[in-house]
Design a protein around this ligand. Structure first.
Ligand code: GLN
Length: 538
């Protein structure tokens, strides 16, 4: 195998241009030509990982197979490439400094003054190479969070400058910028791109390829102008026009030859062909639905676009599979009460109660579940959503009126959701979460078994609390089915209701494992159940 090639993706002019989608699209294209690819994200903030970030700050926290709490862009990487990421695929400035400081404390630097250059930049370079050094990849695509010109991005850009110097054509830099359309002038403007490239040049990095986010097509003149001002070939100016869905972007990038340009720059063979047949089929189904269902997503961050990113995307994968359109109605958990439930939830084809932490919105979630249970509306509860289903059942079916999770009410008389014994000891020391993939054994004859069609599955977790097994018998007698169990620790992972067409609660997060190539079966069957319950022709 030739040397691993390192592709850097930097953003300029403004944030939120979609570096993650461009990185994932490039990975998809290279992968479809037969290359092995991985993508990593370097985030210039000081938090050691995004696990502690409020969704208002940074959207959803994505969880990898090996239990890393990461940036949501890793979700895009997995959804596009269908390859699991890991702890090594997301590194923050906090983590970089933590490592350097630990080394300093251990005396590893032998009395040297520890500085941003070379110690921080060396640690950044080590982190970038970690994936390449496994020998598994032809390409490592590294996305740098933030925008060129930010103070906190400087060490990353310096590390890239050094790597280019050391590795020559084994590296290539893609700069993603905005080419705004000024309606008053009736023109697309290239000046911000020129300035952004200048800023990058001040740090000694010449981009190889410039990807221009734009609302309107770039004409030949404009491409030549950007090429001339930014020292790149005209063929290396790539248009990234606004797309109807992010899943169109790999096809648009193929039309613009982003993959060919990168292969050319890194001296890789060009005789391969990008085969995106399955992807095109998925897009076709996505764009030609014949029926529509409306599913309510009950959560407490519903006004935030990115808070339930993976759930949103999982529905898109499941809708293509079912050749229907899923319209998500975002519902504020706090708005739902016993009185308002029928008005807010009436007419929905399915109800999903979202994951979450803390007290806010809990009673609304419980009311929504009561409505779904009583009216036989297809229901999927994820993590806290499953826990709320257990609480609802405890209160309204088993008559334990004050049943609760000890997360919300540590003194409840009926702690139907509680910490595991081993965890109680650890919480005193700061608490820990059950993170990453764990096995789960399914029970034959359940919806879960029918859905997965296999006995043993692995799903990703991010939670502290669990179903309290002391109540197991009582629940089972009253019609709750424990459809999935972690045998090792004897934990309930999936609950269902006997007397309901489709009522499933899962302690794990299926949304982290849904990809275009492999839509998650739970979402696929939930949407199927919603279609059976009530759908409209389009
Ligand atoms: N707050 C709950 C727990 O810690 C659920 C977490 C979640 O929904 N991700 O167990």
């Amino acid at each position: 195998m030739a040397n691993t090639k390192y592709i850097f993706v930097l953003g300029g002019v403004v944030s939120s241009l979609g570096k993650g989608i461009i990185s994932a699209s490039l990975a998809k294209l290279l992968q479809s030509r037969g290359f092995s690819v991985t993508i990593q994200k370097l985030d210039p903030y000081i938090n050691v990982d995004p696990g502690t970030l409020n969704p208002y700050e940074h959207g959803e926290c994505y969880v990898t197979e090996d239990g890393a709490e990461t940036d949501l862009d890793l979700g895009h990487y997995e959804r596009f490439s269908n390859i699991a990421t890991s702890q090594a695929n997301n590194v923050t400035t906090g983590r970089i400094y933590q490592n350097v400081i630990q080394k300093e404390r251990r005396g590893d630097y032998l009395g040297q003054t520890v500085q941003v250059i070379p110690h921080i930049t060396d640690e950044i370079k080590r982190r970038i190479r970690l994936l390449g050094d496994t020998g598994k990849y032809d390409f490592v695509i590294t996305e740098i969070g933030g925008t060129v010109g930010d103070i906190e991005s400087l060490p990353y850009i310096e590390a890239i400058r050094q790597m280019r110097w050391e590795m020559g054509r084994d590296c290539a830099v893609i700069h993603l910028t905005l080419v705004p359309f000024l309606s008053a002038a009736g023109e697309l403007k290239t000046k911000p791109t020129q300035h952004s490239v200048k800023t990058l040049l001040e740090s000694g990095v010449q981009p190889d390829v410039i990807v221009c986010r734009t609302e309107k097509q770039l004409n030949e003149n404009l491409r030549n102008k950007i090429a001339r001002f930014c020292n790149v070939e005209p063929s290396s100016v790539i248009e990234s026009i606004d797309a109807k869905t992010i899943y169109e972007v790999p096809l648009l990038m193929r039309e613009e030859n982003l993959d060919t340009e990168i292969l050319r720059k890194t001296r890789m063979p060009l005789d391969t062909k990008a085969d995106l047949k399955n992807w095109e089929e998925f897009l076709f189904k996505l764009s030609n639905p014949s029926r529509k269902v409306t599913i309510g997503l009950v959560g407490k961050y519903v006004e935030l676009k990115d808070a339930y990113k993976s759930i949103n995307e999982s529905f898109i994968h499941a809708s293509a599979q079912n050749e229907c359109k899923v319209e998500l109605k975002m519902i504020h958990a706090e708005d739902v009460t016993e009185k308002t439930a029928a008005k807010i939830l009436g007419g929905l084809s399915g109800i999903l109660v979202a994951p979450g932490f803390g007290e806010r919105g809990i009673e609304g979630k419980i009311s929504a579940i009561e409505y779904a249970r009583k009216n036989k509306v297809p229901f999927l509860g994820i993590c806290l959503g499953m826990q709320c289903a257990v609480i609802e059942f405890g209160r309204n079916v088993l008559g334990m009126l004050s049943a609760h999770s000890t997360e919300m009410n540590p003194k409840t008389k009926f702690p139907v959701i509680d910490l595991m014994e081993e965890q109680k000891k650890i919480t005193g020391l700061g608490g820990t979460m059950r993170l990453g993939a764990y096995p789960c054994q399914l029970k034959k004859g359940t919806k879960a078994y029918e859905t997965y069609q296999t006995l043993n599955v692995r799903e990703r977790h991010r939670h502290r609390y669990e179903f309290n097994n002391e109540y197991m018998e009582q629940y089972q007698k009253a019609g709750m089915v424990m459809a999935g169990i972690n045998r090792q620790d004897n934990l309930v992972e999936i609950i269902e209701l006997e007397d309901h067409p489709w009522f499933v609660g899962v302690q794990f997060h299926p949304e982290y494992q849904s990809t275009v190539a492999k839509p998650h079966p739970l979402f696929v069957n939930f949407v199927k159940a919603a279609l059976n319950y009530h759908s409209e022709e389009i």
